[in-house]
Design a binder for this molecule. Structure first.
Ligand SMILES: [Zn+2]
Length: 232
């Protein structure tokens, strides 16, 4: 036997295989891993009500969102709908999820309202610039880069307008409108109804322009707003 020499006569032989097995199990970490991954058996079932979302629920129950997602096999938490049932491990009773504050609600609404019209770099932001107001953001991109509708709506103007060069104006629901300027080409005409993400033109450098870019504006009731505030 290999180990006979190193073991003194005082220790019984049968200790060795037990010692080896114990060392392997704990070193491999198997024992501890499994005890974490198996969901705790205590907890409650929470039925999702209208207006509640995954993040609001996990915050209210003070349970790690990752654990709730894993235990409920929720691969995309944003897919959660009212009427779905979530198991909340460790919770003792169903609690009422507080409604979002007006500020939270406004933030949620705004940040999801528009999408990026051009895949490019922002090189000029909204606000005072060289002593005058810059009424939108400038997204720098190669000439010919597709320009997409930042939101679904109606095309209300296509054509040249002073320093804007070739531009498109769209009207959306809830008093909003968007402007896409300095275009090289346009694919839409006035009166077209366009879905969000649909390509409406190409980046160019028409009008007052020093390099190809899309000047993008968001207006509410005709007032210029900071587009970055509305983009994801
Ligand atoms: Zn601009």
């Amino acid at each position: 036997m290999l180990f006979t020499d190193t073991f003194t006569s005082g220790i019984p032989r049968w200790i060795l295989p037990i010692f080896v097995a114990f060392t392997l199990l704990t070193a491999g970490g198997c024992v501890t891993m499994y005890s974490i991954m198996v969901p705790s058996t205590t907890g409650i079932y929470h039925t999702v009500l209208p207006g509640e979302d995954f993040w609001r629920i996990t915050t209210a129950y003070e349970v790690d969102p990752g654990i709730i997602a894993e235990v409920n096999r929720l691969y995309n938490p944003d897919d959660l709908e009212s009427g779905d049932v979530l198991f909340i491990p460790g919770a003792k009773k169903v609690i009422e999820i507080p409604p979002p504050s007006p500020e939270e609600l406004a933030e949620e609404l705004k940040s999801g309202l528009f999408s990026w019209p051009v895949d490019g770099m922002i090189y000029s932001v909204f606000g005072p610039r060289w002593g005058r107001m810059h009424t939108g953001i400038d997204i720098s991109a190669r000439s010919g880069t597709p320009v997409a509708a930042a939101r679904g709506g109606d095309v209300v103007f296509v054509g040249r307008r002073g320093g804007y060069g070739v531009m498109i104006e769209m009207k959306h629901d809830d008093h909003y409108s968007t402007v896409y300027a300095h275009l090289r080409d346009t694919y839409v005409v006035e009166g077209d109804r366009i879905r969000e993400g649909e390509v409406i033109g190409e980046v160019g450098c028409t009008g007052r322009c020093t390099g190809p870019h899309c000047h993008f504006e968001i207006l509410y009731d005709g007032e210029h707003r900071d587009p970055l505030f509305f983009l994801p």
